[in-house]
Design a protein. Structure first.
Length: 411
């Protein structure tokens, strides 16, 4: 663990942007603890998420807690390990404090919990920091895992994994996403387990219900002089969280299908990546931030070069493509599925329960190369209503995790 933290500091010295943010955030967190100014008095409920994806799983619980729990002494702390999570949610208004979790050394864990004195701790999905779990257990602080997911190849289930298995005994209760996870835990003697499902389903349903209209996108999909947007003349693909391999597939498909429009939402919108997008599409697109200056009547590609719009933009397409599947793994497939869209994605999706669920019901469509991409996209555009209904049915079947977890922890 100490070696891992040392490598992060070395990366920061060599200018790695996220490593620099992490080291600076850690420095600030430790300074707050040393000066005893980190936490106001109160009954602190501590939520820890590795990054923004895990935060979205904690968020439905936090929001229900704020809406229904009227204890004036309750305060909510949200901690992150990842700079991407912290930077995006550091101003989250339903938390009393958002901060980096100090590196998980024994000294940091003791100092952090001495200062916080939490009423309970809630970890999300994969977070198993030994120093913190031991200190929480030693102090008899109720500790929960929510939206947990376990797989046979994890160290907990290896013959030599006894040290890791003992960490799981420090949780008061584990709320897991599926029966397979519960069965694995039962095999190693853990019975304080509930199959509650994944709170992300509740979250994406709420996001969809609150999605906002985006006039520029409406004008792009069907330019109109009277402001009334009807069924698009052209099929519209919404491609979210894309990387270069994804964008190359999409560009080739558009070259061969002149009737199709594309809304592209890259995962990274820094200067370097937008330059790559420019090269891949040969400059034949309009950027969202410049679209009001352009007649969109004959534009085929709209590139969203700002953050925070993707979850609302999906509603404007017939088919979604979610990026990342030609890299370390796909991004959020639930956000488009909740709008009743078939969802295409690359081959690296096997570690994502929701993507496998969508694939099993016929609404998630994995592709492995351009040939399968083109054939699958043709089929999805042709049958988007039928496949989209399957997506909606799958989402509906998975709702309710938030209520289950909240009722057991807080009632």
């Amino acid at each position: 663990m100490h070696l891992y933290f040392l490598l992060i500091r070395i990366a920061a010295l060599f200018g790695h942007r996220k490593a620099k943010l992490l080291v600076a955030g850690q420095r600030n967190a430790r300074a707050d603890l040393r000066e005893n100014k980190a936490f106001e008095p109160g009954e602190w409920i501590w939520f820890h998420a590795a990054s923004v994806g895990e935060f979205e799983q904690a968020r439905p619980i936090i929001e229900k807690l704020r809406a229904t729990n009227k204890n004036p002494n309750h305060k909510i702390l949200v901690t992150f390990f990842s700079p991407s999570g912290y930077e995006l949610r550091k101003n989250y208004d339903l938390a009393d404090k958002v901060m980096y979790l100090p590196f998980a050394t024994r000294r940091n864990a003791k100092r952090f919990l001495d200062a916080l004195q939490p009423k309970m701790a809630i970890f999300v999905k994969y977070e198993f920091w030994p120093a913190y779990l031991r200190q929480l257990h030693k102090r008899s602080i109720p500790t929960y895992l929510i939206s947990g997911i376990f797989r046979p190849k994890q160290l907990f289930f290896r013959p030599w994994g006894g040290w890791y298995r003992r960490l799981l005994n420090h949780f008061s209760h584990l709320f897991v996403q599926d029966q397979a996870s519960a069965a694995l835990l039962q095999k190693i003697g853990l019975t304080n387990v509930t199959v509650a499902g994944d709170t992300r389903f509740d979250r994406v349903k709420e996001i969809a219900d609150r999605s906002k209209q985006i006039p520029v996108v409406e004008q792009f999909i069907k330019p109109s002089s009277n402001g009334i947007i009807q069924t698009p003349d052209s099929p519209v693909i919404v491609a979210g969280s894309t990387w270069v391999p994804d964008e190359m597939l999409l560009a080739q498909y558009l070259d061969e299908h002149e009737e199709v429009k594309l809304i592209l939402v890259p995962h990274e919108i820094d200067k370097a990546h937008l330059h790559m997008v420019f090269q891949i599409f040969q400059g034949r697109y309009v950027r969202f931030t410049e679209a009001t200056q352009v007649n969109l009547a004959h534009v085929r590609v709209l590139v969203i070069d700002t953050v925070g719009l993707l979850s609302s933009i999906y509603r404007y397409g017939q088919v979604a493509y979610v990026g990342g599947g030609f890299g370390v793994g796909i991004h959020n497939t639930l956000e488009p599925a909740v709008f009743g869209m078939p969802v295409l994605f690359g081959p690296n999706y096997q570690h994502f329960r929701e993507a496998k669920g969508l694939a099993a019901c016929g609404a998630g469509l994995p592709v492995k190369d351009y040939k399968t991409f083109a054939a699958t996209m043709d089929m999805a555009l042709d049958k988007h209503d039928e496949l989209g209904l399957k997506a909606k049915e799958y989402i509906s079947s998975e709702l309710g995790a938030t209520e289950c977890i909240y009722n057991q922890i807080f009632k």
